[in-house]
Design a protein around this ligand. Structure first.
Ligand SMILES: Cc1cc2nc3c(=O)[nH]c(=O)nc-3n(C[C@H](O)[C@H](O)[C@H](O)COP(=O)(O)OP(=O)(O)OC[C@H]3O[C@@H](n4cnc5c(N)ncnc54)[C@H](O)[C@@H]3O)c2cc1C
Length: 277
């Protein structure tokens, strides 16, 4: 369950990143609670690593991998999901149980926990639209039930006053009368516009108000621009691809270069969506 000096490049979809001092994969929530209760190191929660970049000098703390906390349940019409469940699995579970509205999640390659932290969304829907309540765990391993109203939800942003609490599960009300999207169509739409299957973290920047980050980057002539092994995707300008053994530093330098170029040419400050540790 506990490893030391684990390379984060193995766990992040950008395939870059230094080592984490400790790497803990609890089998269940009781084990996680017990571990946190005895831990004194800084903590980083990790889902599928599809929106995370750990710098080359690594993380001097413990990374909690939520992979095994992946139970899904149906009770009183609500779906309960532990945070390590993948969004694809949650979407399938909802479909199997004739709950509609979760189709869009099948297009996002993340875990429930990462999606709750980021307010992940696609095709006009966001995960927090469907949240009823969540359970959190704090650094001492104490578990709390929290209502949706305890959180301030915004575009790719979730804030709350309970510092040092992490998500461990959520209850969802997928209540549409019928599916508003066909999963196969959504995946087809995504695959035709995005460089799927390559080492990336999806969209690097949030869309600025009334504009699109990809459009601004493309109009800045940056498609295909590379620093070290990190390149702006030719297919979708808001994607950075780890094309040739890029370091986290290559990727971060490219992020800065894009921000500076877009600011100079368009007077727009691009805000990263990717989390850098
Ligand atoms: C090809 C591709 C396409 C993508 N398309 C989309 C898209 O359409 N829409 C979209 O929104 N995103 C998209 N993403 C980005 C990413 O998939 C989402 O942000 C996803 O929700 C991240 O989930 P994760 O489990 O991988 O999180 P991670 O990358 O593991 O973590 C992301 C952040 O969440 C925190 N976190 C993780 N688990 C918890 C927890 N249990 N409690 C508290 N904090 C936690 C981490 O510490 C980190 O800060 C895409 C990524 C890729 C690679």
């Amino acid at each position: 369950m506990l490893k030391y000096d684990e390379p984060m490049s193995k766990h992040c979809s950008l395939r870059a990143g230094g080592i984490t001092r400790e790497f803990c994969s609890p089998e269940n929530i009781e084990e996680l609670s017990e571990f946190l209760n005895h831990n004194h190191l800084p903590v980083l929660f990790l889902g599928l690593g599809s929106n995370l970049l750990v710098r080359d000098n690594g993380f001097n703390g413990v990374t909690i991998h939520t992979k095994h906390l992946n139970e899904l349940t149906l009770s009183n019409g609500l779906i309960g999901a532990e945070v390590g469940a993948t969004l694809a699995k949650l979407s399938r579970f909802a479909q199997t149980n004739l709950k509609h509205g979760a189709e869009f999640l099948s297009a996002i390659p993340g875990s429930v926990g990462g999606a709750l932290a980021m307010n992940a969304g696609a095709f006009g829907s966001e995960i927090w639209q469907y949240v009823v309540s969540v359970r959190t765990i704090n650094l001492a391993g104490k578990i709390q039930q929290r209502d949706k109203s305890d959180f301030v939800i915004d575009y790719r942003s979730v804030t709350h006053n309970h510092v040092d609490e992490f998500f461990i599960s959520a209850q969802f009300d997928f209540d549409l009368e019928e599916a508003n999207d066909n999963v196969r169509d959504l995946l087809h739409k995504r695959n035709s516009t995005q460089p799927i299957g390559l080492a990336s973290c999806g969209s690097v920047f949030k869309n600025p108000n009334g504009n699109y980050a990809a459009k601004l980057i493309e109009e800045s002539g940056l498609k295909g621009y590379c620093i070290g092994g990190a390149c702006v995707s030719e297919k979708h300008a808001n994607y950075i691809i780890n094309q040739d053994n890029a370091s986290s530093s290559d990727i971060e330098k490219l992020i800065l270069h894009i921000q500076n170029t877009v600011k100079t040419l368009h007077k727009v400050e691009l805000e990263p969506e990717i989390i850098i540790i």
